[in-house]
Design a binder for this molecule. Structure first.
Ligand SMILES: Cc1ncc(COP(=O)(O)O)c(C=O)c1O
Length: 358
């Protein structure tokens, strides 16, 4: 029996998509084989891959100025691939420190290029995010990097800065949750295992002009332009993850696109925040304007009850509510594929737990 999965990633996938995949798992489209067994150079797979890319472009309204790449290595690989390509000896790269993932990006990037941390909320345990209006951006930095949604702290920067040099964003836990203006970004990257599909795939949306500025001395596998020229098939791509991502894109399209999911996601998040704020037992530590729509941490009034909460929530069919080990408490990740029914069940459980032990 399927239960409600609040995992931060790999995360819940729509049951509609999983059922479709199950039905065509043994044989795909009269090909005599599973999609998993098929050459990535075959005509049939090429149709699957091209359609997935086009659907992603349609959903996110990616302009012609940008290309979309299906890569591997996770978002973590981008932490080094970006500075390897766009870091410059004579200039620093600007980074915003607003949570654990931007901290990792800075740590990795620092091994490769000179980094200038232009704003930080670390002194307040990342309970808010520095407002883009106060980022101390240099006019001559090589690029500006930030993480719009910090998955671990549940802290979001909801609007990008109005101006920034070569703006780069780690959108791993927020991609496809709402419409965005892609033209504001030179590069967007995201691990697929939250809002897109199974792990193993990393989406990159990159301005074509930016690829002209990459480090040409790098091996091909580390160069965005080489992936772009070969339609993300420089080597064998994660074919099954790509195919499944395509299924998710079609599901997003027929569900009403990103406007629909934005509405749903805001409804889900505001329902849960409202309950937490009024409960008198649970609290969310994040400043109001930086509350994430995707990852909602909450703390029990008595941390001695944490283990019991996790045990009983699991028995009630609510899985993976444990907060990240670095933060503690609880966290509900409520990506696109989590319906409002899951939120309502979570709230019912939280209310009965409070009544019993609060
Ligand atoms: C915001 C963010 N960035 C980066 C990562 C690392 O992603 P990956 O495991 O795909 O390297 C994660 C993973 O949870 C994340 O949430």
């Amino acid at each position: 029996m399927r239960k409600w999965n609040f995992c931060a990633g790999p995360a819940v996938i729509s049951e509609e998509v999983l059922t479709e995949v199950k039905e065509e798992l043994l044989e795909w489209a009269d090909s005599g084989m599973s999609i998993m067994e098929m050459s990535h150079r075959s005509k049939i797979y090429d149709t699957v891959a091209t359609e997935a890319k086009q659907d992603f472009i349609d959903i996110l309204k990616v302009p012609d100025s940008h290309d979309v790449l299906f890569l591997q290595g996770g978002a973590t690989h981008q932490f080094s691939m970006i500075p390897m390509n766009f870091g410059r000896k004579d200039l620093a790269a600007d980074y915003v420190l607003s949570g654990s993932w931007s901290k990792k990006a800075i740590a990795e990037g620092s091994k490769i290029t000179n980094i200038n941390t232009i704003a930080s909320s670390e002194d307040m345990q990342f309970s808010y995010a520095p407002n883009p209006n106060i980022w101390e951006m240099k006019s001559d930095s090589s690029y500006t990097h930030y993480c719009p949604n910090e998955t671990i702290q549940g802290v979001a920067i909801h609007s990008p800065p109005k101006t920034a040099n070569t703006l780069i964003a780690d959108m791993s836990s927020v991609i496809l949750s709402e419409p965005i203006d892609v033209s504001k970004f030179a590069l967007i990257y995201a691990g697929a295992q939250k809002n897109i599909g199974p792990a193993g795939l990393t989406m990159v949306v990159i301005e074509k002009e930016l690829m002209g500025k990459e480090n040409e001395s790098l091996p091909n596998i580390l160069r965005y332009s080489k992936h772009s020229e070969s339609d993300s098939m420089l080597n064998t791509p994660p074919t099954f993850a790509w195919y499944m991502a395509g299924k998710v894109f079609k599901w997003i399209k027929r569900s009403g696109g990103l406007d629909h999911f934005k509405k749903q996601n805001h409804l889900k998040a505001s329902t849960l925040y409202k309950y937490v704020d009024n409960s008198g037992f649970y609290t969310n530590p994040v400043q109001l304007e930086n509350r994430s729509i995707m990852n909602i941490p909450f703390i029990l009034a008595d941390s001695n009850l944490d283990a019991l909460f996790l045990k009983e929530s699991e028995e009630a069919g609510l899985l993976n509510l444990k907060g990240h080990r670095s933060v503690g408490g609880m966290r509900a990740s409520i990506y696109n594929a989590m319906p409002i029914e899951g939120i309502n069940q979570l709230i019912d459980f939280m209310e009965s737990f409070k009544a019993k032990y609060g």
